[in-house]
Ligand binder design. Structure first.
Ligand code: DGL
Length: 256
């Protein structure tokens, strides 16, 4: 069974692509909705919350865990890799690998304050490919807009324009969505950046890397089991989760 963790519902973007890629696997999802957003918290608190959530997924029977949250991957991955060797994959390494090998030379990155402050995307890309220009931008208002279901509101488009115009001025030829919530607004982001900027869904890149790194396939089944858990359950969270996955799911409220 594969565990997927996020601070909220953004990790569903990763889970959705994992299910598409490996439908026969069993999945267990945990969103720490009682503490979202993590992105403006200190490294110490992010690390503690993440460890507690990942421990819980292992206790619930997960054999491996995908940390489907950039903020948690930036701040807690090395600690988790030491605690659970070979059993943890974060969302940053697969994406920095992909972009280092790509032909894009001018790359924008958006994410939470914690993720951008960690500088992991630009540092890792430039470690592998020093010639690439990486421009990082913290976009802290975007997670609440997703969590509050504001995607079809005009305010969301103007906030996006306000943020992304800075990167458009740099003429980036690709944009990294360094937060697992952002693929939920992929079309809006693409529209804001214009046709000359490539904006891949990072969840697809992560799902590919998970299948390859752990040599996972369909596990001999057509469809595995799914369990969805959150630490705080509201109608809003339920509605966004159902809408994003395209079907109604049973979200369980759990206490860690
Ligand atoms: N999905 C998380 C990430 O990828 C959300 C951030 C948050 O909790 O602030 O960073």
């Amino acid at each position: 069974m594969i565990g997927v963790f996020d601070s909220g519902i953004g990790g569903l973007t990763v889970l959705k692509e994992l299910i598409k890629k490996m439908p026969g696997q069993d999945y267990i999802y945990l969103g720490d909705t009682a503490h979202v957003p993590y992105g403006n918290r200190s490294a110490d608190v992010i690390s503690k919350l993440t460890e507690q959530a990942v421990d819980f997924l292992f206790q619930q029977g997960a054999e491996r865990v995908v940390v489907g949250c950039n903020t948690a991957s930036a701040k807690a991955l090395s600690m988790l890799e030491n605690k659970y060797p070979e059993k943890i994959i974060g969302v940053i390494d697969p994406v920095t690998d992909y972009f280092s090998k790509s032909s894009y030379n001018s790359i924008g990155v958006i994410g939470t304050r914690a993720t951008i402050g960690s500088d992991m995307y630009s540092r890792d890309i430039n470690k592998m490919t020093p010639d690439k220009q990486v421009y990082s931008l913290a976009t802290p208002l975007l997670v609440p807009l997703v969590e509050e279901n504001f995607l079809s509101r005009p305010e969301t488009e103007s906030i996006l324009r306000g943020y992304l115009d800075v990167l458009k001025l740099k003429k980036v030829d690709a944009l990294i969505l360094g937060c697992t919530h952002y693929p939920m607004m992929l079309d809006l982001i693409k529209k804001s950046m214009g046709v000359d900027c490539h904006v891949p869904n990072p969840a697809v890149i992560v799902a590919e890397a998970v299948a390859t790194s752990w040599s996972l396939g369909s596990a001999g089944k057509l469809e595995g089991s799914r369990r969805y858990m959150v630490t705080d359950l509201t109608d809003n969270v339920q509605e966004i989760a159902n809408r994003f996955l395209g079907h109604d799911i049973n979200l369980e409220k759990v206490t860690l």
